[in-house]
Design a protein around this ligand. Structure first.
Ligand code: MN3
Length: 185
């Protein structure tokens, strides 16, 4: 991943979502809640414009936190320990997880995300979502532990229209110690 993409994505896009989330949370009276609680309880926000602002900017904040943390340099280059066991149980192998999640990421029509998530029992699932939606705001009962951003701003400066090349390369950047920490979370 090139420096200009990361700089624009983190310091501009992510910063804007964060600022707009803070504003929306103040307006909706939920600024004292965790981001997970805000996204899980969007239905409690009666005002539709406030609810939409929280969903989109709260999702943008949460999703990008996960994304940028998981590509922290260093760490294990592939899943180990309990996480590896859970991946093998759910998908058969790490290669099969990569295959399924890559297909979801490439197949997401328009802007969105691909997800690896866990349920309360630690079982793993893959999914995709549009816009800044995520498994929490969609009410799936799952908690994301790894994600792939397939908005064009995540790859267009370097990869142009080649989303598949970006997704294939992203697997090389993942710090699996961070994902393992998210899994234990
Ligand atoms: Mn993004």
């Amino acid at each position: 991943m090139d420096a200009e993409t990361v700089e624009t994505h983190y310091a501009k896009h992510h910063a804007t979502y964060t600022a707009n989330l803070n504003k929306a949370a103040e307006e909706a009276g939920v600024a004292d809640q965790t981001i997970e609680d805000i996204l899980a309880n969007l239905d409690d926000v009666v005002d539709e414009a406030q609810r939409t602002a929280l969903k989109n900017n709260g999702g943008g904040f949460y999703n990008h936190n996960l994304f940028f943390e998981e590509i922290t340099p260093g760490g294990a280059k592939e899943p180990t320990g309990e996480l590896k066991a859970a991946i093998d149980e759910a998908f058969g192998s790490f290669e099969e997880l990569k295959k399924q999640m890559t297909a979801l990421a490439i197949g997401q029509f328009g802007s969105g995300w691909a997800w690896l998530s866990k349920d309360a029992a630690g079982k793993l699932y893959v999914s995709k979502s549009a816009n800044q939606d995520n498994p929490i705001s969609l009410g799936t009962g799952q908690t994301p532990i790894f994600t792939i951003d397939v908005w064009e701003h995540a790859y267009y400066l370097k990869y142009k229209n080649l989303r598949a090349s970006f997704v294939e390369n992203l697997w090389n950047l993942v710090n699996w110690d961070v994902v393992a920490k998210n899994y234990k979370g």
